[in-house]
Design a protein around this ligand. Structure first.
Ligand code: CP3
Length: 376
């Protein structure tokens, strides 16, 4: 309709929310805030639900996904919800035998070693993840004007779990495969990029307002290796989402004003990525996620003036006395004002031992301080 023509979203809907406006580098009434892992073990109401349901099973039950996703929105008043799921959910749907082990993380039964192992990772369709489609549709109704963030793991981070067989500090087996058999490496990451792109498309078609690509462990690589071995695959995912809106083949989406012309905003995040921030932006992000090591003004300088930034609060600072937390929030709001768009967040996920009341106070403080600035 008219909204698509002048590029401004329908007033009041999720596409006009402070979070989506900040992602699109538009003026905001206050700085939006959400937390990575806001749905999780810091919340007693989450621990109660999860006490009797294994992690992967909880991701496959739409009514549990919906309830867990809504918990931090109700409690903290954050500016966005993030779908409750895990980066290995689409990989399991693609046929890989894996589990999420409490206190450890994803564990893969038969780690990837050969071309035949790669071939066994099947491309996925909506039917393989129908529980995600259902949960997103239900959530979009329940959330009203609050935007829902969809997400997926990026090829490198997924490849690391598949090659190592579980979490790794050094990513040594992953790098050995990458350096030792470049063709197999690109075949693996190419297949994972396909799975990831399909998984994000399901979420976007079901109604998420933004997506975040988690390349949590990309910081293990030098910039040169990142550009050679990883960037083409992450670009295939992030740029593939934009191609969806350009009318080639999947052009039916052009009829939906909120999705056109540029698609939903894309956030690209990793940890220890100070040297990779420019390249991660180049992969096709609207927002680049930054860990606690790089101040947001320095990050903005590295990423360039055409992208928004998100993150930088050290998750462990939330365990500090309140005056320390408050000073850090002020510093990040100051440094974030150097960027054309700023989404307040942590530099990585909420730690399970954090007092949720502190998270609620941070949300209120970010809103209060930033709306005063907006008035000036
Ligand atoms: O952010 C959110 O609130 C949405 C939920 C979310 C989960 N996993 C739920 C989860 C998201 C966005 C993820 C992504 C994810 N999963 C990443 C990328 C983000 C990051 O943290 O870097 C990674 C690397 C994984 C793999 C994974 N899954 C790990 C390392 C773990 C933690 C293992 C542990 O027990 O400490 C998981 C399990 C997991 N995924 C939990 C949650 C809430 C904990 C499981 C539990 O509650 O028992």
């Amino acid at each position: 309709g008219a909204a698509a023509r002048d590029g401004e979203p329908r007033p009041g809907g999720p596409a006009d929310s402070p979070f989506i406006r900040a992602c699109r580098r538009r003026p905001v009434p206050h700085t939006p805030v959400w937390f990575m892992r806001q749905a999780g073990r810091s919340l007693p109401e989450y621990r109660e639900i999860r006490a009797s349901v294994p992690m992967l099973e909880s991701c496959r039950r739409p009514e549990l996904v919906t309830e867990i996703t809504l918990q931090p929105v109700r409690r903290h008043g954050v500016d966005a919800a993030i779908l409750f799921s895990d980066i290995v959910v689409p990989v399991a749907a693609a046929g890989v035998d894996l589990d999420i082990v409490p206190g450890t993380g994803p564990v893969v039964a038969e780690p990837v070693r050969t071309a035949a192992d790669v071939e066994r990772i099947r491309p996925i369709t909506r039917d393989d993840v129908s529980y995600v489609d259902e949960a997103v549709r239900q959530l979009v109704v329940e959330l009203g004007d609050t935007p829902l963030i969809g997400f997926a793991g990026a090829p490198f981070t997924l490849a690391s779990y598949l090659v190592e067989g579980g979490p790794s500090r050094t990513h040594a087996k992953t790098k050995a495969l990458m350096y030792g058999d470049e063709a197999l490496w690109h075949a693996l990451c190419g297949r994972l990029a396909e799975v990831t792109l399909a998984f994000l498309r399901v979420q976007i078609e079901a109604g998420v307002s933004a997506v975040q690509l988690f390349d949590s462990w990309a910081g293990a690589l030098s910039e040169a290796d990142y550009r050679r071995y990883v960037l083409p695959h992450s670009t295939a995912v992030l740029s593939g989402l934009v191609d969806d809106c350009s009318g080639s083949g999947r052009g039916d989406r052009r009829a939906e004003p909120e999705r056109s012309p540029a698609g939903v905003p894309r956030i690209h995040f990793g940890v220890g990525t100070a040297e990779l921030l420019g390249a991660m932006g180049e992969a096709g992000a609207d927002v680049v996620g930054v860990d606690w090591r790089t101040p947001l003004d320095v990050a903005t300088h590295r990423i360039g003036p055409d992208k928004a930034v998100q993150g930088n609060l050290d998750p462990a600072v939330l365990l500090a006395p309140w005056p320390v937390v408050e000073a850090e929030v002020r510093r990040i709001l100051d440094q974030g004002s150097a960027a054309p768009g700023h989404v307040f967040n942590l530099g990585h996920g909420v730690l399970p031992e954090v007092d949720p009341e502190v998270l609620t106070r941070v949300v209120a403080l970010v809103h209060e301080l930033s709306s005063r600035r907006a008035d000036q």
